[in-house]
Write a protein that binds this ligand. Structure first.
Ligand code: NAD
Ligand code: DAU
Length: 353
């Protein structure tokens, strides 16, 4: 089996669902179910014996050692993290605890487990660390996109904590020979995305008749990738990525935030017009900018394409249409997330613990 950490979050749950739709190999899913972890994302796997869920932290070395010994995974994929830049500005400590200390504890447990594996299992084992393009910092308007050679220049507590985790992963390969691969991906969007991030926030606020808060002048540029394409890239890297390497993953799709917001508004105008006939874009409200806001990210994904033959299947036009349609088709998921009832599972399940 494979061990996935953070598999109840946005990308992790998409990954687990896609994996089990395509493979018979079981998944051990370790997630601490913070506010970002949602068991409803995995509801379709409730009766599936191939999905083994454990609530716990990657910072819990004892638990990790026990789980590794018990389940003997052939690979570990580390999605678990605090992931929201704005939260990292308001409260950076959780980011250091999970992204830095947690990754360190995970690496330690995995290193000891891997060192004791029989030769064949040892030779095929892989640790895939899921990271972000934000570690590279901000690009000027015309600068070439980030390649894997770009220097790390993280600018937020979030990106600094992810950069630290990437460095630890690299060091464990260099020093101990741990078979690692790291991916640095651009902004994901798609189903099951927590509505604190730009695209899902705009969709749910628009439908609720609330303002659509655009930071600063709205001209910050991000590269957007449909989440299922990120998942296919991770499967490919797990399968064939070269040990000790890093792979940039992106959608070749740079867009300013205001264009993203307008695209979402236009799709909603088409698919669920407002009762008063006004366009959703009339709800756009420019608000104070994010402190230290990175102006532009852009990913050069030619290495993963050249070496591993990976390419995104969705364009932004197809992916964003699927995404908006998913939110319109899943009002219950949205309302449970907004009301907080998605967290009741944690209380019910662990009330006696
Ligand atoms: P998310 O916030 O939606 O999910 C994170 C998950 O990790 C949650 O289920 C949470 O409960 C869990 N978690 C948090 N702390 C934990 C801990 N100590 N132990 C175990 N589980 C813990 O994040 P996401 O957007 O799905 O991102 C997943 C990974 O991908 C992160 O490492 C992130 O840095 C990286 N990434 C995200 C994006 C993006 O656009 N969302 C892009 C590139 C890379
Ligand atoms: O680049 C990859 C990163 O993308 C991941 O590593 C992070 O985990 C993920 O959260 C994301 O970070 P961003 O900060 O780019 O994503 P977010 O959705 O928070 O914001 C996208 C852009 O939209 C950013 O320029 C800030 C802006 N924004 C965001 C929100 C929530 C707004 O203008 N208004 C908003 O309300």
């Amino acid at each position: 089996m494979i061990l996935v950490t953070g598999g109840a979050g946005f990308i992790g749950s998409n990954f687990v669902l896609d994996w089990l739709a395509q493979s018979a190999e079981p998944v051990l899913n370790l997630d601490d179910l913070t506010y970002a972890g949602n068991m409803q994302n995995l509801a379709s796997l409730q009766a599936d014996p191939r999905h083994v869920f454990v609530k716990g932290s990657i910072a819990d070395g004892e638990l990790l050692t026990k789980l590794l010994a018990q389940h003997q995974p052939r690979a570990v994929l580390n999605f678990a993290a605090e992931s929201h830049v704005d939260r990292s500005i308001h409260g950076p400590e959780a980011f250091i605890q999970t992204n830095v200390v947690g990754t360190f504890k995970l690496l330690e447990a995995v290193r000891h487990y891997w060192a004791a594996l029989p030769l064949e299992a040892k030779q095929t084992f892989k640790f895939l660390h899921v990271s972000t393009d934000e570690v590279y910092g901000s690009l000027s308007k015309d600068a070439p996109a980030f390649t894997e050679q770009h220097a790390y220049e993280p600018n937020s507590p979030y990106s600094a904590s992810k950069a630290a985790s990437d460095h630890l992963v690299r060091a464990y390969h260099h020093t101990y020979g741990l078979p690692v691969v790291t991916t640095n991906c651009s902004n994901n969007y798609g189903p099951l995305h927590f509505p604190e991030k730009l695209i899902p926030l705009m969709i749910v606020n628009a439908l609720a008749g609330k303002p659509l808060p655009v930071y600063g002048d709205g001209m910050q540029v991000r590269d957007w990738l449909y989440v299922k394409d990120h998942c296919s890239a991770l499967r490919r890297v797990l399968e064939a990525g070269r040990l000790g390497e890093t792979y940039n993953v992106g959608g070749w799709n740079e867009m300013p935030n205001i264009s993203i917001v307008n695209t979402v508004c236009n799709l909603l105008d088409e698919l669920r017009p407002r009762a008063d006939g006004k366009p959703y874009a009339s709800q756009i409200s420019y608000v104070t900018d994010r402190p230290g806001h990175d102006r532009r990210y852009a990913i050069d994904a030619s290495k993963i394409e050249r070496e591993l033959g990976w390419k995104p299947a969705e364009t932004f036009a197809t992916g964003i249409r699927k995404t908006v349609a998913w939110y319109l088709a899943n009002p219950e998921w949205v309302s449970h997330v907004q009301s907080g009832t998605y967290r009741e599972w944690v209380q019910t399940q662990y009330a006696a613990a």
